[in-house]
Design a protein around this ligand. Structure first.
Ligand code: TYM
Length: 334
């Protein structure tokens, strides 16, 4: 809580091209929840450098992502949309939290294990302590709720553990955040291997729908999506490819899995895939159009970046000063 307000925090990395998984698992829920909470939505560019980045590319992607937040329907006058690297409190709090987090806890993080096997030549300390920076993002704003996809749940549990640990030592210092996982779309899988999540970093471009894919590309990728030889649209774990397509269709149309199964009763996979593709085009087209329009409005985006960074800095300082005082850092003279 910040004063009277319940707070929501979430973020996305400005790395790679955003996928339909990012949209259905996170961004769509952000928009849905944005009226209920005081919201902080960050472009977490500091997280991105745990993997080597080209500087110009990283900068451009951060801006694109912030523009996309607005295009998706987040009102920058009501929601705080900002770059993590513009607010010094994230790194400052992360250092403090590092001193209250155990190596054993970080060793158990599955994302660390995955990423360190993918980037075996660059297993840096940042990759290891990444979940602590994520905890700092969340706790810095006294967040009540954090909407994420399922893959981030383990990190969120850690943030809760750190908050509870420090509350136990210093008294009431942090709000303990709750995850918000959407009912549908919380784990969108690869179109080429439904055992793997859809990911920005997948090497096979047919595995993911990118938010900026044009309609023909989207339809082609769905036509090629891996299914099975059952030939019947049913919702069960054995038909993982069809299960994933039903989830996507449900998330895009608002229909339940049962309704979808009924709708395609007796129809072939070809028809079903076309319908899924069309529902995705229907969702992404307005987002793409608005994104292109906003990209032309440089002055507006610059103004948002400046104002929202100041706002985030203001609120984050409140928590930071409180924590610094509680743990015994000298108080700053006025
Ligand atoms: P990132 O950038 O990998 O993903 C952004 C959001 O998209 C969700 N997501 C998915 N949801 C459903 N299906 C998928 N296939 C899929 N892929 C990604 C993620 O769960 C996430 O919600 N560490 C975070 C960023 C972060 C953060 C935070 C999030 C940094 N600090 C504080 C919340 C709160 C990350 O790398 O997300």
């Amino acid at each position: 809580m910040l004063g009277e307000n319940k707070v929501l925090f979430s973020g996305m990395q400005s790395t790679g091209n955003l996928t339909l998984g990012n949209y259905l698992g996170a961004l769509k829920n952000w928009v849905k929840l944005s009226d209920e909470y005081m919201c902080f939505y960050s472009v977490v560019d500091m997280h991105s450098i745990t993997v080597r980045q080209d500087p110009a590319d990283l900068r451009q992607r951060a801006r694109n992502l912030l523009t996309l937040y607005i295009a998706a329907g987040l009102d920058p006058e009501k929601n705080c949309l900002y770059y993590q690297s513009h607010v010094s409190g994230h790194a400052e709090l992360a250092w403090i939290l590092n001193c209250f987090t155990y190596m054993g806890e970080l060793n158990r993080m599955t994302q660390f294990k995955d990423k360190s096997s993918k980037h075996a030549d660059n297993i840096n300390a940042g990759l290891f302590t990444y979940p602590v920076l994520m905890a700092a993002d969340i706790l810095l704003y006294q967040s009540d709720v954090v909407p994420v996809g399922k893959d981030q749940l383990q990190h969120l549990e850690l943030a809760r553990d750190i908050a509870q640990r420090m509350n136990g030592i210093y008294g009431d210092i942090f709000t303990v955040p709750e995850p918000y996982i959407g009912k549908v779309g919380a784990k969108i899988m690869s179109l080429q291997d439904p055992a793997k999540k859809m990911s920005k970093s997948d090497e096979n471009p047919n595995a993911s729908i990118y938010l900026m894919d044009d309609p023909d590309t989207i339809m082609r990728k769905f036509k090629r999506a891996v299914t099975d030889s059952e030939g019947c649209v049913a919702y069960n774990d054995e038909q993982a490819g069809i299960h994933n397509l039903i989830d996507i269709y449900s998330a895009c149309t608002g229909k339940s899995a049962e309704e979808v199964v009924k709708e395609f009763d007796g129809k072939g996979y070809g028809d079903f895939k076309m319908a899924v593709g069309e529902s995705v085009v229907g969702v992404l087209k307005p987002l793409q159009d608005e994104y292109k329009r906003l990209q032309g409005d440089k002055a507006y985006i610059d103004k948002i970046i400046k104002e929202n960074a100041d706002k985030a800095q203001y609120y984050s300082n409140k928590t930071l000063r409180k924590v610094q005082k509680k743990i015994g850092f000298p108080v700053r003279p006025n």
